[in-house]
Design a binder for this molecule. Structure first.
Ligand code: BTN
Length: 324
């Protein structure tokens, strides 16, 4: 049974204790059922005070995304025009993909408070705790050949970096290809999954994870030295609605620019924000590791690596690490 009627009861009598007996009478369900629903509400972020004599009192509600406020702040023509907002999902990528297969329009957005199985690049998990971040996937339908997909990833990283820098004034930079870092620690991730036919992209699902208000205890121990959030870095919380609205505007503008003028302007913007260029790096590629200095992007979106003999080699897909 869903907990909405019980929640309504608590919200109507905010600040008051309500006894188990009266809840069960008013809703016509057993006291055990009421108790189970209270447990579910607690798991969803609601906090109660319990008194043996008086019953339960709602003391705080979760910090949910206000979709109406987001929509009223949104200044885009396609991105986020349709928003599907969900409490808990496995991964927003799956929902967006299913919608794209059903013909969802470009810009259709899936936003969740929590992902149970958030996916990262290279088959990794993506930590997506309830109410603390922006976990979203959007349908794109670019009219470009499939081998241009990496350019879309780089364009998205540029948009996200520009937007987050503007909002927070934090020193955010891009590590190739699309990780955003603050002082070497990752604050967001971008995962583009595409479907193609006859060498053309049918659609792209652009998944964006932004660690907005996570606290140290939200990360597994082993991630703490590699990951941070806007809140940890800035020492204050941020309104997720502002972050999403600003990013969608920047992203749409760059996407239109990219469709009109190609990848050239994105290269310039990406290079200006990059923290990878000019520093010796180790690239872990499917063909093996290689050492070199990243010196820029090429027209296809590959990173140009200068090797020790002076030659320059484009690398399309790799993990970039510190040199050993
Ligand atoms: C990365 O590994 O850097 C990419 C992480 C992408 C995470 C986002 S969160 C929203 C969307 N849903 C997912 O399951 N993954 C992406």
């Amino acid at each position: 049974m869903n907990y909405e009627p019980l929640l309504r009861l608590f919200k109507d009598r905010l600040g008051e204790y309500i006894s188990g007996e009266s809840m069960s009478q008013e809703l016509g369900v057993s006291r055990t059922a009421i108790w189970k629903q209270i447990r579910k509400l607690e798991a969803a972020g609601y906090h109660f005070e319990a008194s043996r004599r008086l019953g339960y009192r709602l003391v705080s509600v979760p910090d949910n995304l206000a979709i109406d406020q987001l929509t009223s702040r949104l200044d885009t023509s396609a991105f986020g025009k349709t928003i599907h907002y969900l409490e808990t999902v496995e991964s927003t990528q799956n929902l967006a993909r299913a919608a794209a297969e059903e013909g969802a329009a470009e810009g259709t957005l899936f936003l969740a408070e929590q992902q149970l199985n958030g996916r990262g690049r290279m088959g990794r998990n993506w930590v997506s705790p309830r109410g603390k971040g922006v976990w979203m996937s959007m349908v794109l339908r670019p009219s470009v050949p499939i081998h241009f997909a990496p350019q879309l990833t780089l364009m998205t990283a540029v948009a996200l970096c520009r937007s987050l820098k503007r909002i927070t004034s934090l020193p955010i930079g891009i590590k190739w290809p699309n990780d955003l870092l603050i002082e070497g620690k990752k604050i967001s991730g971008i995962l583009l999954e595409s479907a193609a036919e006859d060498e053309r992209l049918r659609y792209v699902i652009a998944g964006i994870g932004i660690s907005v208000n996570l606290e140290e205890q939200d990360y597994p121990e082993e991630l703490l030295e590699k990951a941070t959030s806007l809140r940890i870095s800035a020492g204050r919380k941020w309104l997720r609605e502002d972050v999403i609205a600003d990013f969608l505007k920047e992203w749409e503008q760059l996407y239109f620019l990219y469709q009109e003028q190609g990848f050239g302007p994105i290269i310039t913007l990406w290079e200006a924000l990059s923290v990878s260029l000019g520093k010796p790096a180790r690239l872990i590629t499917p063909q093996g590791d290689m050492m070199g200095i990243p010196i820029g992007l090429d027209e296809s979106g590959a990173i140009r690596i200068q090797l020790s003999d002076g030659t320059v080699k484009p690398v399309f897909s790799a993990e970039m690490g510190e040199p050993l």
